[in-house]
Design a protein. Structure first.
Length: 133
C-alpha cells in the first residue's frame, strides 16, 4: 500500500547536535537541570572557573553543580554573538564548546558535546570576563 505513512529518515549528525543544543538551551533557561540527564555521558568533567572544583562527576552530581549559574539565567546561546566568538577564539579550551552567556549578568556556561551527541564536560563561571578577551 503506497499510502502508508512515510518512513522517517534517520537523524543527521547536524539534527542530533541541534537536538542536544536545544535541550541545553531549554533546560538551562528553565533551570530544569535534571532535564539534561538524558543528554549527558555517564561521567562529565565539571570545571567551576576560579575554584578548585571539580573533575569527573556523575550525572546527578553535575545536575547539583549547575545551580552555580542560577543567577545568570536566562542565557543567550547564540554562537554568533561577538562575545561568544571572541571567547572561543582566545580560549582554546572553549573553542569547540556550546557556550551560553547571561543576558542580564556575566555568568557563562559552556558544554562539550561528543560525537555521540552527549555532554561530556560543563564549565561554569560567574563572569565570562575571567577568560581571555
Amino acid at each position: 500500500d503506497e499510502s502508508a505513512a512515510p518512513q522517517s529518515s534517520p537523524l543527521t549528525a547536524d539534527d542530533s547536535l541541534a537536538l542536544t543544543q536545544d535541550a541545553i538551551k531549554t533546560n538551562i533557561n528553565s533551570k530544569n537541570y535534571s532535564g539534561l540527564s538524558a543528554y549527558m555521558a555517564n561521567n562529565v568533567e565539571v570545571k567551576l572557573m576560579s575554584t578548585d572544583c571539580c573533575g569527573p562527576k556523575t550525572k546527578e552530581e553535575v545536575i547539583g553543580q549547575m545551580s552555580y549559574v542560577d543567577e545568570g539565567a536566562p542565557f543567550d546561546f547564540d554562537q554568533t554573538l561577538p562575545t561568544i566568538k571572541t571567547l572561543k577564539t582566545k580560549n582554546p579550551r572553549l573553542t569547540n564548546t556550546f557556550i551560553g552567556i547571561s543576558k542580564n549578568k556575566e555568568h557563562l556556561i559552556a558544554f562539550s558535546i561528543n560525537t555521540d551527541f552527549k555532554i561530556t564536560a560543563v564549565e561554569m563561571s560567574v563572569t565570562w570576563k575571567l577568560y581571555n578577551q
